[in-house]
Design a protein around this ligand. Structure first.
Ligand code: ADP
Length: 463
């Protein structure tokens, strides 16, 4: 059975409150009761000690029991609800307070019994009588008998106190429950409302609407993070959707161009407009080459992305490798009056696949070359840091617009400028480069400004 968050939270809150109230009242009832009984017991002991002391004092005044002031003992016995009897050494009763005042009290308690709480009824105790020796100046002069009913132990005042305590616990439990209910409703509303909104957004996304965003107003960290994640997911999915659509049209475009060229040429041959000269057949060949390269690249990319790329790693002197690659590119650059410089410290070593590294650098340097303007400059920098090795390829070429920048690593993505420039690329080079860098556990970044230049940075983990 599925329970709503609101019900679950409210129930949890109420149970917690109820549990803590019951526990608090049990514990405090027990501790207060214990202390109370101890207090009453001490009081009672004091009462008895006082009677004994009073009798002893009275004896001292007369030095015998014969003329003892019985009135004072009687008054005390009645006031404290005690039975007092004094016996001399031969166990003859000299004085007895009588028990009429005690009986009266007991009868009262019995009559009122049904009206009183269980606590007090429980304590209408048995009649108890104790004997204590009367010792004056280390001499035993007689015995005192003190009797009392259990009820005199727990006076009605103390019973009322415990009852009031219990009532206040019940009242506070009731108030706490109402208070807890209100708080739990407020909190669970605050939690469930944005969650419902996020669920609605996710459901809309499931139905294909990727332009929705969960706009929730919450100060709960986790919910806010969840809504950001859902929005990020929507954003990514719609970007993927856009790229998928663009991929199809880009792919069609890449294939159509060489095919159209071939078709028109063949038509011209068939119609007899053109002679199939060597030069024209070479043009043919070039277009077929382009198609073959495109298909090869696609196959390579699929292989790299399927993660079954076998890297042939070895410990290489990266400084030397980079110098060699740059030297190989120099003639190409010089031919167009471009400048290719480098800043490479000696003896930077790394464990990587030499051929794949060459492929990565070739792609980047060829791109820079393709998108340079007259008086173009490219600089390659190698830097070793604590955890990584960084290579930068900085050019002052045509740059990439902000609109294109997030997509240039996607397959077949080419900026409109590069399309019109007829650079001969197919928009797959950077996708392969990125996959190769990542296969080495590295990362690739790009920064660019239109008409100012582009910087590609690669970061390999230092080994
Ligand atoms: P292409 O074969 O078209 O060069 P890539 O995948 O290598 O394909 O690059 C994708 C797109 O990124 C290019 O079409 C171009 O628009 C842009 N690009 C890549 N490198 C640069 C650069 N150095 N300067 C300007 N634009 C670049």
């Amino acid at each position: 059975m599925k329970i709503s968050l609101m019900k679950k939270l409210s129930l949890g809150f109420l149970l917690t409150i109820l549990g803590s109230i019951v526990l608090t009242s049990l514990i405090s009832n027990y501790t207060v009761g214990k202390e109370f009984r101890k207090y009453l017991f001490d009081e009672h002991k004091l009462k008895i000690d006082n009677v004994i002391k009073l009798v002893e004092d009275l004896y001292n005044e007369q030095n015998s029991f014969s003329n003892i002031n019985q009135y004072e003992i009687q008054r005390y016995a009645e006031m404290e609800e005690l039975y007092v009897e004094i016996r001399d050494l031969s166990n003859d009763t000299i004085y007895s307070s009588g028990n009429s005042h005690l009986m009266h009290k007991n009868m009262m308690e019995n009559m009122m019994g049904p009206m009183m709480s269980n606590f007090s009824k429980m304590n209408i105790g048995e009649y108890t009588e104790n004997k204590y020796p009367l010792i004056i100046d280390n001499k035993n002069v007689g015995t005192i008998v003190i009797g009392y009913f259990g009820t005199s132990y727990l006076s009605s005042g103390s019973v009322t106190f415990i009852n009031t305590l219990n009532h206040s616990f019940i009242l506070s439990a009731f108030i706490a429950l109402i208070f807890g209910l209100i708080i739990s409703i407020i909190i669970s509303r605050q939690l469930s409302k944005p969650l419902v909104k996020i669920t609605e957004t996710a459901n809309e996304m499931r139905d294909g609407n990727l332009s929705v965003r969960a706009l929730v107003n919450t100060n709960t960290k986790e919910i806010s993070e969840l809504s950001s994640s859902i929005n990020y997911l929507a954003e990514t999915l719609s970007k993927q959707e856009m790229l998928r659509k663009r991929l199809t049209s880009d792919m069609a475009h890449e294939l159509r161009t060489p095919l159209t060229t071939l078709k028109t040429h063949v038509e011209a041959f068939i119609d007899g407009i053109w002679e199939p000269s060597v030069e024209r057949l070479e043009d043919f060949y070039e277009e077929i080459e382009r198609l073959t390269k495109l298909v090869d690249n696609l196959r390579n990319l699929a292989r790299i992305e399927q993660a079954n790329l076998n890297l042939n790693k070895s410990y290489v002197n990266l400084s030397n490798e980079l110098d060699k690659i740059i030297d190989a590119f120099k003639p190409l650059y010089i031919k167009k009056n471009y400048e290719l410089t480098s800043n490479i410290p000696l003896e930077v070593n790394a464990t990587l696949d030499k051929d794949k590294f060459k492929q990565i650098m070739n792609n980047l340097l060829l791109n820079s070359y393709k998108y340079l303007k007259p008086n173009g400059k490219v600089e390659v920098i190698l830097r070793k840091e604590k955890q990584s090795i960084i290579i930068k390829v900085i050019d002052n070429g045509i740059g990439i617009s902000e609109k294109d920048l997030p997509y240039i690593f996607e397959r077949f993505y080419r900026s409109d400028v590069s399309r019109t420039k007829h650079t001969g690329g197919s928009g797959i080079g950077l996708t392969i480069t990125k996959s190769l860098v990542e296969a080495h556990g590295g990362k690739i970044y790009v920064e660019s400004k239109l008409n100012e230049g582009t910087t590609f940075s690669i970061e390999f983990p230092a080994t």
